[in-house]
Ligand binder design. Structure first.
Ligand code: AGV
Ligand code: CA
Length: 352
């Protein structure tokens, strides 16, 4: 990309230009025609919605879907992922990840949502053959990056375990990693690990961490230290986008993708007051596709790994050499909403 264009693009996104159509065109120019992307999700409702949105986007060349066994039961999450890919005639590898040595398990009732989605998929989507490599996600990633001729972007909508694991094994592969968008953390707001659907089962935590960062606190700390081109979307940004009924009602049930999206969102327990469902991951995907929808702040961050604040992502002490990332702060919510709806509702030629 010519230097001037690169500079212009960088400037536009850092100040958060008006997210209008011109902004989008600008982004697409910066982004090139089709970008290789790996989605690493953890099988909850909005993770699957992200997959649907990416498959409909014209600007993404999805290389693989990695699945972290965090906020899901693994097999149903793999199955639902496979069916969604088959619905859009895609045969990308679906690669399950392994558990790290130490992790903080997600509440069982949330992990079971993957089976609930599988039941819906059973009714609405065809059974499909899944291209499931035999290696674990981090091993698969090592060989993928080793063979890659250009950089690949990453969208992480669960914990950062797989990418961090691969790069710890083979640090030189970081040069093959493009932009990394990660839904994680709560920098200047409260965390959500004490939200619960299981009364009486409160996490041993001071409440300052966000779940994706808390599941594998070591990976969180290490990823922040890798000096990647990291774009973090924490609760500070996602708190502005709780799921609303009027949004769900605007999805067009006459087309297959928005219909499936509507079913998943309607099923999400978005109206519960003890554990409100937000558009955490879909906002992150939206910002990946169009960063100008938010303003970004450059921050020096570190992850805590021990005690009751483990999983917390906080500002790093002065002078720390590593850990500068871009952090989403203010999102233009109406513009994001329209953008997401346009992705889902836009009919593709030949789509049912
Ligand atoms: O912390 C947000 C992350 C997102 O990646 N996940 C859900 C999204 O996929 C964990 C989570 C927090 N609160 C939840 C979660 C809830 N009420 N139900 C299910 N998962
Ligand atoms: Ca998730």
């Amino acid at each position: 990309m010519p230097l001037l264009l690169a500079l212009l693009c960088g400037l536009t996104f850092l100040v958060g230009a008006a997210p209008d159509l011109a902004g989008e065109e600008e982004w697409n120019k910066c982004n090139g025609p089709k970008k290789p992307l790996i989605l690493d999700h953890d099988g909850n409702y909005d993770d699957i919605l992200v997959l649907l949105a990416l498959l409909k986007s014209q600007h993404v060349d999805l290389q693989a879907v990695l699945i972290t066994p965090a906020d899901c039961e693994l097999d149903p999450a793999v199955e639902v992922t496979g069916r969604v890919l088959a619905m859009l005639n895609r045969t990308v590898p679906v690669v399950p990840g392994q558990f790290p040595e130490r992790y903080n398990p997600f509440p069982k009732v949330w992990r079971e949502l993957a089976s609930e989605m599988q039941q819906v998929a059973d009714i609405y989507l065809q059974e499909s053959e899944i291209h499931r490599p035999s290696e674990a996600a981090h091993e698969w990633l090592e060989s993928y990056l080793g063979n890659a001729s250009e950089k690949t972007d990453f969208l992480l909508t669960g914990p950062a375990t797989n990418l961090n694991w691969a790069l710890r094994q083979r640090p030189h592969l970081a040069s093959k990693v493009g932009r990394v968008f990660w839904m994680a953390g709560a920098v200047e707001v409260d965390g959500n690990v004490r939200d619960s659907d299981e009364p009486g089962k409160v996490q041993w935590s001071d409440g300052s961490a966000e779940w994706n960062a808390y599941w594998d606190p070591l990976a969180t700390r290490e990823l922040l230290e890798l000096n990647l081109d990291l774009w973090l979307v924490p609760l500070d940004a996602t708190n502005a986008v709780p799921v609303h009924k009027d949004f769900i009602q605007r999805l067009n049930p006459r087309h297959q993708v928005p219909r499936v999206a509507q079913q998943i969102w309607a099923q999400s327990k978005f109206q519960k007051s003890n554990a409100i469902y937000y558009m955490w991951d879909t906002l992150t995907a939206g910002l990946y596709l169009k960063p100008s929808l938010a303003t970004w702040r450059s921050m020096h961050l570190e992850g805590h790994t021990e005690g009751r604040r483990q999983g917390r992502i906080a500002r790093a002490h002065r002078g720390a050499a590593r850990g500068t990332v871009r952090v989403a702060s203010e999102t233009d919510v109406p513009a994001f909403t329209e953008f997401l709806l346009s992705i889902f509702n836009e009919a593709k030629p030949g789509e049912l």
